[in-house]
Design a protein around this ligand. Structure first.
Ligand code: MF3
Ligand code: CO
Ligand code: CO
Length: 258
């Protein structure tokens, strides 16, 4: 498998795109409350991306109609922002933002909690966040890429949750999605694919409260849990810079998780 690598001196626009994405995700903490529609959230993100000098990667990507993905409750990913649904107390929402600067992509998503949420929903968000952070800790140039899925499954299964198999992380950089796929479950084929210095990729585990199976709704995009249980996701874009791992989409305000 051909894996693209990038020199630290050439990726400043990717750092910038990622920083814009993270800044906007930070801002959503104040915006997202009971009564707002996911379309209003999408418009806010589009406006901020443009003001900060970028463009939204999802808009018209393979026909996707909006600037962000907004995935509510049982929606696993690729939810389409809509005017029809106002957020209600107890909802959990993933907002996935990808900004492009000079052709470089910065891709990240987080969960937002609307008012008081159930203990189950809170626990699912906590565990999903741990799956992301703990799996980032195993990344090292020369190590097998399969370590990511091993770590995520270990944490999710210990908590009686399941790991979505139909969607994965991906190489990113001058393309939105490129090789390699970053699986969030263990696959022995990835024992022989190694992390290399200079890679840029995402890790974006989707964790379900019930079974892992997904299906796509008639709009052709929205992926939901088959058994109608809740799903959560967090995503970062990371860069392997020698012995260091740069989390390009780290919150500039240190508020990635709350
Ligand atoms: N941002 C998503 C990801 O993490 C991809 C969204 S593709 C879209 O890979 F077309 F749905 F926007
Ligand atoms: Co992604
Ligand atoms: Co994303």
């Amino acid at each position: 498998m051909k894996i693209k690598t990038y020199k630290t001196s050439e990726i400043n626009p990717c750092r910038e795109a990622s920083k814009i994405t993270a800044t906007i995700l930070d801002e959503l903490n104040d915006l997202i409350t009971v009564g707002i529609t996911t379309d209003e959230i999408d418009n806010y993100c589009l406006d901020r991306i443009k003001k900060l000098g970028g463009s939204p990667a999802p808009l018209f990507y393979r026909g996707f109609p909006k600037s962000t993905c907004t995935s509510l409750n049982r929606v696993i990913c690729h939810g389409i922002p809509s005017k029809d649904r106002r957020l209600e107390e107890g909802d959990i929402l993933n907002v996935d933002v990808t900004t492009i600067i000079d052709g470089w992509h910065g891709d990240s998503s987080r969960m937002y909690k609307v008012g008081n949420i159930s203990v189950k929903a809170q626990n699912l968000c906590n565990i999903t966040h741990s799956c992301l952070i703990e799996s980032l800790n195993v990344i090292k140039s020369g190590s097998p890429i399969s370590l990511i899925g091993k770590k995520i499954e270990e944490i999710a299964h210990f908590n009686n949750f399941s790991v979505v198999r139909d969607f994965c992380g991906h190489g990113v950089g001058l393309n939105f999605h490129e090789n390699p796929s970053i699986l969030h479950y263990y696959d022995k084929d990835y024992d022989n694919v190694k992390f290399v210095d200079g890679m840029i990729f995402t890790v974006e585990p989707m964790i379900n409260a019930g079974k892992y199976h997904s299906k796509i709704l008639n709009d052709g995009w929205t992926a939901v849990t088959k058994d109608k249980t809740l799903s959560a996701q967090y995503e970062h874009t990371v860069y392997i810079n020698g012995d260091k791992i740069e989390i390009l989409t780290e919150s500039p305000n240190g508020i990635f998780y709350n």
